[in-house]
Design a protein around this ligand. Structure first.
Ligand code: F6R
Length: 364
């Protein structure tokens, strides 16, 4: 049941800290802080290329994964939505790694992408939440997210569990390829292991997030901006808002704004910036200046240092705990999902069963 929560989605949002912790504890040795994955039937050091395929939120987790594999492991990587990937039918060199990400393990297009990857002689690894699923059965190896059953149609805790698995896999791949040493690996896993406590702190910021939800509930369109490994979190925020509150939203790479969407900016279109401190912060800050100069109503999700820098232009600021930029997507996913939840509650939509949507999409 949903216990004392109003909706399954609210209950599942509050499970983020435990789910991230459980998923990490299966993959990180608490003593050495090294990633210890189950034995894989292929050599991570020998893989020439990674191909990620998934749908919806699981695809956004895959996009963060691609960023981690490229930046940390220096492994060439591609990610595409399964419904495009399978028909694009790209030629692949034998011996690459095909990676599928799926909560249900049954999504028709992702399953078809899996079969395509197998036909192209890729090693097939799936990250799934249902170990008895079709994808798990048809894969060479499975890394399980330990999210427990997810009842709300909109994915929440499965998404951060996917991120936790992909982060560990990217670290293990980086180590196998000699791209990081043991000290860096321990620092990276330490940054992941800090997330459950920080996530619990973010869930305590519910009242602040409700204040932002009151603004969004009046909007017809919302723009979400991010960069680097938080660009997919902007996409996730926009998708979640669309699917449960029925408000039109777009996730955009902050640097693309001046190539078109800036034309949309006016005081009626809230601009949500997902912008933790880190190497890309200044770039996003200048994009936000441009939006503010055109009358945009800027809502900032950042840490104390980032929030202080943007206070002059922000209409609202949500100050999140400090986090290593590597692990930021795990933390920043939570307030954007919580925000969509509160907007939907205010609008009185059916949060757990949004119109026109099914939990598992087993038709193309
Ligand atoms: C969004 C959402 C969907 C799923 C997508 C893939 O909140 O839940 O976009 O992420 O349908 O489903 P799975 O992960 O089961 O393959």
């Amino acid at each position: 049941g949903r216990g004392n929560y109003r909706h399954f989605m609210e209950k599942e949002l509050h499970e983020h800290p435990a789910v991230i912790g459980d998923t990490l504890h299966r993959m990180v040795d608490p003593g050495t802080r090294a990633v210890a994955l189950p034995k894989l039937p292929f050599d991570l050091a020998a893989i020439p290329r990674l191909t990620v395929s998934a749908c919806g939120s699981a695809f956004y987790a895959g996009l963060v994964g691609r960023w981690w594999f490229e930046t940390l492991a220096r492994l060439p990587a591609d990610a595409d939505v399964a419904s495009e990937f399978r028909y694009r039918a790209p030629p692949l060199t034998e011996g690459g790694l095909g990676l599928l990400v799926s909560q249900s393990g049954e999504t028709a297009d992702t399953l078809a992408a899996l079969r395509y990857l197998r036909a192209e002689r890729q090693h097939v690894l799936s990250v799934v939440n249902v170990p008895e699923s079709s994808m798990a059965r048809e894969s060479d190896a499975v890394l399980e997210t330990v999210a427990g059953p997810e009842i709300g149609v909109a994915s929440t805790k499965a998404f951060t569990a996917q991120l936790a698995v992909l982060a560990c896999l990217a670290i293990a791949t980086a180590r196998a390829r000699g791209a990081i040493d043991a000290a860096r690996e321990a620092a990276l896993t330490a940054s992941l292991l800090e997330i459950p406590a920080r996530a619990a702190a973010v869930l305590e910021q519910d009242a602040e997030i409700q204040r932002v939800a009151a603004i969004l509930a009046e909007a017809r369109d919302v723009l979400y901006l991010g960069r680097g490994n938080c660009f997919p979190i902007a996409l996730e925020g926009a998708l979640k808002l669309k699917e449960i509150s029925y408000i039109h939203a777009e996730g955009y790479a902050a640097g693309e704004m001046k190539h078109g969407p800036i034309a949309l900016i006016d005081p009626a279109v809230p601009v949500i910036a997902i912008t933790p401190s880190g190497p890309l912060f200044d770039k996003t800050a200048s994009n936000l200046q441009e939006a503010a100069a055109r009358g945009g109503r800027i809502i900032v999700f950042s840490d104390a240092a980032g929030a202080a820098r943007l206070r002059g232009i922000a209409a609202e600021t949500i100050v999140l705990p400090d986090v290593d930029p590597f692990a930021a997507p795990l933390l920043y996913a939570i307030p954007v999902q919580l925000l969509a939840y509160h907007v939907a509650v205010r609008k009185g939509t059916d949060v757990d069963q949004p119109r026109n949507l099914a939990k598992s999409v087993t038709v193309e």
